[in-house]
Design a protein around this ligand. Structure first.
Ligand code: DGT
Ligand code: CA
Ligand code: CA
Ligand code: ZN
Length: 582
């Protein structure tokens, strides 16, 4: 987690604790500041180093919040927050993760039953104690029982977008150490899972102790969980990091083992056993002449393990890309020479869903176009929010403003190093209708249509809604199809097959929204879509230049869905895209 995310989390906790105490207004300013700190392009520690005025440049951060940010950067704590915590010693973040439980109710649960954790909450609900509290009922109790698992899961795992930057910093810290000959981040991060339990760092070195020492010396270490001669576990930036050091000859086998998934490894090991081979983190061994292959870890004749490719080659397979290692058919595909030719990060040629200050983005059309050109893209689409269902606080642009914006896009395009498409992100209403007039839609180059409201529909209604939207003759891309937010909103319960079919029929692309909060479609859904022959578009939904870089999370979500280059609309050149848009 970045320092910005840490400060934002603490401000949100502040807001919750104040709200629980019935303090008015203040919670809102804390929440607003939390959002702005989280999304601010500069690290707070950098701003803090420049002084209080630099910190106050963050929107919504005045004198008192700036003081708290400085205090946090300096000491790792905010004294006022510690005081609030001891007044109401509940795991507020965990409890309020339960849908329908806000800070005030969490306080009532504490006052009435002394509940401080999800486990205690679940136990009280199971014992029928919740319904006895004034203002709670049987229905609330039931609701708690249904949602406590979802809340627990979101409590325990970090978003890939928070965890990966931490892992990459560990990687560069260790790479600079003399004793280290190679570092790889293994585990779920290497597989690009959307949520991460912990970071697994693997180092090739003959000097384990020096490497462990170097990790413990890392500036960001908050806590040492354990440290031995060849491995260590630490906490840093709210993540657990496991380090293992192996000798170079065993690096490939260890990398294969610690990348997982566990299910993939178990399946692979069974394939090995069928061939009288033994496979583990120390290598792959021919055990055909061995009486008891389980007698030790390194038995029989070692036939590979220095590289990961040797591990797969021993089983007559090409190396399986980490994104696919979930035991969902990739092992058979590899054996039969049928692995997909996955899309690569460098193949994306432009972003088809981005925002500017015309709606809720931070930057001008020209600034976003420059940033896209700087990435080496061929084209860039501006698709600001239209007014309509789901847009609050005057965020969206009206039909007239869209026409004005088309003029601006055209004039920026005249001087830009990149082709610009004029687009919109229209809102799909509960019935599947769009919030922009047809004649405006027709004049735009790209129409992204997304659900932003009514996300609690039942399956049939949600499916019908999306089928109708993708069938609209002007719609080119179905934006974040389910509307889910990882950990905070489950999104529409869509029956994918009919939506995919309608999308194919009507030449509409299905978006893989690359925002690490969304990843929508997710990998499983992408696989259903591309296997049926649908086209996907990988878009960042960027609201500022820095977010264009989130495209990698979308690319790897596509890869987890077995998507090949030809499946991806914005891996085509501008002519190819224009042809699809008709
Ligand atoms: P996470 O951390 O929950 O997001 O998921 P992973 O996949 O990173 O899991 P983790 O950190 O528990 O372990 C890293 C890898 O080590 C895992 O992907 C596969 C391997 N591994 C761990 N435990 C076992 C096991 O019991 N059997 C096998 N075959 N592999 C294991
Ligand atoms: Ca892990
Ligand atoms: Ca681990
Ligand atoms: Zn949207």
């Amino acid at each position: 987690m970045s320092r910005n995310a840490e400060v934002a989390d603490r401000f949100e906790e502040f807001a919750d604790l104040l709200e629980a105490k019935d303090v008015e207004f203040k919670p809102r300013s804390y929440r607003k500041a939390a959002r702005n700190v989280r999304e601010h392009p500069d690290p707070v520690e950098q701003l803090a180093a420049k002084g209080k005025d630099a910190v106050k440049e963050i929107d919504g951060v005045g004198d008192s919040l700036a003081e708290k940010i400085l205090e946090y950067v300096r000491t790792g704590e905010i004294a006022e927050l510690e005081a609030l915590r001891s007044e109401l010693p509940v795991d507020m973040e965990a409890l309020t993760n339960v849908e329908g439980l806000g800070p005030k109710r969490a306080r009532k649960l504490y006052d009435a039953l002394g509940i401080t954790t999800l486990d205690e909450l679940e136990a009280a609900a199971e014992a029928g104690e919740i319904r006895e509290i004034e203002g709670f009922g049987e229905k609330t109790e039931q609701n708690i029982l249904e949602n406590v698992d979802f809340a627990r899961e979101s409590q325990e795992r970090e978003l890939l977008g928070d965890a990966r930057p931490v892992a990459e910093d560990v990687h560069s810290h260790l790479s600079a150490v003399d004793a280290v000959s190679r570092v790889e981040i293994a585990g779920s991060i290497r597989r690009w899972r959307e949520t991460i339990g912990d970071v697994d760092a693997l180092v090739s070195s003959t000097e384990g102790e020096a490497v462990v020492e170097a990790l413990l010396d890392w500036d960001d270490v908050d806590d040492v969980i354990e440290a031995g001669p060849k491995k260590a576990s630490i906490r840093a930036r709210d993540m657990r990091i496991d380090l293992r050091v192996v000798v170079p000859e065993e690096f490939g086998s260890a990398l294969q083992y610690f990348t997982g998934s566990k299910e993939h490894n178990v399946h692979l090991r069974n394939v090995a056993i069928d061939r009288d081979l033994k496979m583990n983190e120390y290598g792959v061994f021919d055990v055909s002449d061995v009486d008891d292959p389980d007698a030790g870890q390194r038995v029989g004749e070692r036939i590979g393990g220095e590289t990961e490719a040797e591990m797969y080659a021993a089983l007559d397979m090409p190396l399986i890309p980490p994104d696919l290692r979930e035991d969902t058919g990739e092992i058979d595909a590899a054996r039969n020479g049928e692995l997909p030719e996955l899309l690569e990060e460098g193949e994306i040629r432009g972003d088809l869903h981005t925002h500017t200050e015309w709606s809720d983005g931070d930057n001008t059309v020209a600034e976003m176009a420059d940033a896209a050109a700087e990435r080496g893209y061929d084209y860039h689409c501006v698709s600001d929010h239209a007014t309509g269902p789901g847009m609050v606080g005057g965020v969206g642009v009206t039909d007239d403003e869209l026409r004005d914006q088309m003029g601006e896009i055209e004039s920026v395009a005249a001087d830009a190093d990149i082709e610009l498409f004029a687009g919109v992100e229209a809102n799909i209403d509960a019935e599947g209708g769009l919030s922009v007039a047809d004649d405006v839609l027709t004049d735009l180059d790209v129409v992204v249509a997304s659900p932003h409201s009514d996300l609690n529909q039942d399956r049939d209604a949600a499916t019908e809604r999306l089928v109708r939207a993708v069938s609209h003759p002007s719609v080119d891309v179905l934006g974040h199809p389910t509307g889910r937010m990882i950990h905070s909103r489950e999104g529409l319960p869509v029956d994918l097959a009919p939506v995919v079919e309608a999308a194919i029929e009507n030449d509409t692309a299905l978006e893989i929204n690359a925002s690490p909060f969304r990843l929508d479609l997710n990998g499983d859904a992408v696989r259903v879509a591309v296997e049926a022959g649908a086209t996907v578009a990988i878009n960042t939904d960027a609201h500022r230049p820095s977010e264009l870089a989130n495209v990698r999370y979308g690319v790897h979500t596509a890869r987890r869905g077995w998507a090949e280059t030809a499946d991806v609309l914005n891996a085509r050149d501008a002519d190819g895209v224009r042809e699809f848009l008709h």
